[in-house]
Design a protein around this ligand. Structure first.
Ligand code: PEP
Length: 258
């Protein structure tokens, strides 16, 4: 059984403690009442402590959006996994906005080291993978996505891999209002992600890792994604900053239980 997971990627928004607490203070009660779904709120680093304190004692979890692979050292401006361990339970890694070709320059290899550091410090990595539009149009989606999964998890055991969450996020769908079709997303997850996990590890591992879809998920389309058997939740950007985010989560839970 794979528990449904909805992760809220606030990106670089609501980053002051007061703005973040105001939002989670308003939404935590409706979110906490929704059964059968795990919710992870990922604010900017500057609001992590305040959000963690506001959500303490609820079923809601907190995540960061990056972690350095080293524990400490001369890495000005970076934050390491041990620094995050007391503040959050999850960490988004390899988001396309940080990967090579995104606004930063993270390689598959760098992301692999970050995944290992997160696991070593008790954090659940939410590993983002996805193809860009050119790769999609060239029919390279499976190769790209499968390769990203394979490299990021290369040195992990099957047991460690089962502790990871993977988010399939086609880059062309992020923040564009043009989501993938649920059927296409499901096919990529089934073939390129679960297929790679089965080859790299084993079929039980492939079937137990939770895989999310991300890219222009909205309150209107979430139920269609959640109707897909290989999609276990969503990584939600823009729509996670809206007042009807609890409604999106409720629809996800209903779609999975129905
Ligand atoms: C994201 O930030 O990972 C994302 C999927 O954004 P959006 O939902 O806004 O497309």
């Amino acid at each position: 059984m794979r528990t449904t997971l909805i992760a809220a990627n606030w990106k670089m928004n609501l980053g002051t403690p007061s703005a973040a607490v105001e939002f989670v203070g308003r939404t935590r009660h409706p979110l906490s009442e929704i059964e059968g779904v795990e919710v992870v709120i990922c604010p900017p680093f500057t609001a992590l402590a305040a959000v963690e304190e506001t959500l303490r004692g609820t079923r809601l979890r907190v995540g960061a959006k990056n972690a350095h692979s080293q524990a400490k050292g001369a890495f000005t401006g970076d934050v390491s996994a041990p620094m995050l361990a007391g503040l959050c339970t999850h960490v988004i890694l390899g988001h396309s906005e940080r990967r090579a070709g995104g606004s930063l320059d993270e390689t598959d290899e760098a992301i692999r080291r970050k995944v290992e550091a997160a696991l070593a410090n008790g954090l659940v990595p939410i590993l983002c993978v996805g193809e860009n539009l050119t790769q999609n149009e060239a029919g390279e989606t499976s190769t790209i996505v499968g390769g990203q999964v394979r490299t990021a998890l290369a040195d992990l055991s099957a047991e460690q891999t089962r502790g990871c969450v993977i988010a399939y996020e086609p880059i062309w769908a992020i923040g564009t209002g043009k989501a993938a079709t649920p059927a296409d997303a499901n096919l990529t997850v089934a073939l390129a992600i679960r297929g790679t996990l089965a080859e790299q590890f084993d079929e039980p591992t492939a079937q137990s890792v939770r895989v999310l879809y991300g890219g222009s998920v909205t309150v209107e389309n979430i139920a269609d994604f959640m109707a897909m058997p290989d999609l276990d939740g969503a990584l939600v950007g823009g729509a996670s900053l809206k007042d009807d985010f609890p409604e999106l989560v409720r629809r996800a839970a209903n779609a999975k239980s129905g």
